[in-house]
Design a protein around this ligand. Sequence first.
Ligand code: NAP
Ligand code: G4F
Length: 325
Amino acid sequence: MNQRKALITGITGQDGAYLTKLLLDKGYQVTGLLARRSSDTLWRLRWIGVLDKIDLIDGDLADVTSLMRALEKSQPNEVYNLGAQSFVGSSWDQPLLTAQVTALGALHLLEAARIVDRSIRIYQASTSEMFGLIQEDRQSEATPFHPRSPYGVSKLFAHWSTINYRESFGMHASSGILFNHESPLRGIEFVTRKVTDGVARIKQGKATELRLGNIDSTRDWGFAGDYVDAMWRMLQQDEPDDYVVATGRTTTIRDMCKIAFEYVGLEADKHIVIDPKFFRPAEVEVLLGNPAKAKAKLGWEAETSLEDLIHMMMDADMERVGREA
Ligand code: NAP
Ligand code: G4F
């Protein structure tokens, strides 16, 4: 049988690293789209041990011609569109950039695939941020959307574009509505990693406080290593579809912090400082996913508890902070 080929946009991000590892372990030939940056963005691929096993092609989601060239060159069976301006907080400061990359970038990719090879299977990285001001206590594929940020609005455009290309052109384009997922490879700007890095610094005497915004919001957090498996499963189905991927448990930021502080014998209340700078113009107060469809149709379930996830991230950050001069 021919070796299966995958192209990943956003390969240098958290999910890109875990997905690359998963696909290589399954015997895929993996190519990544590499956006031009002035500094090194390959650290995650190095950390997870895959950098010398993949091909990288220069390209950018904002440049449809680069996407067409990447598809022509890599000739993938499957494309995973993970590339995005993915930080909600920045999306109010850079709404147009967010729309160009996160919304139009997805449409560029769909259009490039329609022109180059309609049989390519496409995964679109949709998000629970699209639920925003939640319309149901537990959000499923049938829950109406109400995005609360330029990022959420952009992702909703990409989500509906994916459905539209499936319905208009019969393309195998699926959308994973993933709830928050974290790991030791999470960007430092996101709250879990900011917390595990901050707690490690306090424990090692390199900081005394951790400045946060709204710690009363709740999130349904899972482990990125579990979630990339759901992405792959979606593209193995006979028919394309949309799936919520979540744990079904929601926790406040405050309680997530406690898990991290208690792991190293510290009290969260003594170190957390609330800083209005980190509050958002419009908050998503609660997210709680219903992953029943993913379980029934994909045979997928989250395997890692929030406690195990935060402990894993704490171990990695204690080690990283300890190595710093
Ligand atoms: P991430 O770590 O922020 O990675 C984003 C990736 O997108 C990076 O590789 C980044 O490249 C790339 N990128 C940014 N601008 C680009 C452009 N103009 N052209 C091409 N690539 C570009 O995000 P993640 O956590 O891995 O998430 C993966 C995807 O899932 C994202 O689309 C995100 O919005 C979505 N999502 C994430 C979660 C979550 O909880 N993690 C939940 C739901 C959905 P550089 O490294 O060069 O910046
Ligand atoms: O960690 P966050 O920045 O993640 P957020 O906004 O939920 O977005 C992440 O998950 C989405 C899926 O739902 C993805 F689509 C998206 O790409 C990204 O991966 O913030 C989580 C919560 C928010 O309520 C925020 O207001 O934590 C609150 N928070 C409180 N203090 C903070 C902070 N968030 C950050 N980043 N930094 C703080 O100091």
